[in-house]
Design a binder for this molecule. Structure first.
Ligand SMILES: [Zn+2]
Length: 132
């Protein structure tokens, strides 16, 4: 990811903060200027629950530069309890054993290290929700 874009979006990504449309109640993550459903421009901040279930996933075996030490790893779409779907890495599990509908919970984890700048990036990842 481009570094400037990463940092611009970082506060929302770190807190998993989206917005809720004041008119129709749709939750958007990341936040947008206009609601795609009702075209409203009025939103309130909305903290995503961070809990959900696996909607679909794939296993990355040939990872891009900077992620090769992680492979194989799972990337999936997680359907959160509030109806939002987000794309994230799924970790702390055997990727081969993941299945649709598995309960997951968001955790804040190290993403990778930028080889050029030495900057370490963090983001949320999802891990199996074992109820701890
Ligand atoms: Zn709306």
């Amino acid at each position: 990811m481009e570094v400037a874009r990463h940092w611009r979006e970082t506060p929302e990504r770190y807190r998993m903060e989206g917005v809720k449309c004041s008119k129709c109640g749709k939750v958007l993550f990341p936040a947008r200027i206009i609601c795609p459903d009702c075209k409203s421009r009025e939103f309130t901040k909305y903290k995503l629950s961070g809990k959900g279930k696996l909607f679909t996933h794939t296993i990355i075996r040939t990872a891009p530069e900077g992620f090769s030490d992680l492979a194989p790893y799972a990337v999936g779409i997680v359907e959160l309890d509030d109806g939002t779907k987000i794309l994230a890495q799924i970790t702390d599990c055997n990727p081969e054993e993941l299945k649709t509908g598995d309960k997951l919970i968001a955790k804040f984890r190290r993403m990778n290290e930028d080889g050029k700048t030495g900057m370490i990036m963090y983001a949320y990842k999802f891990v199996p929700d074992v109820g701890i």
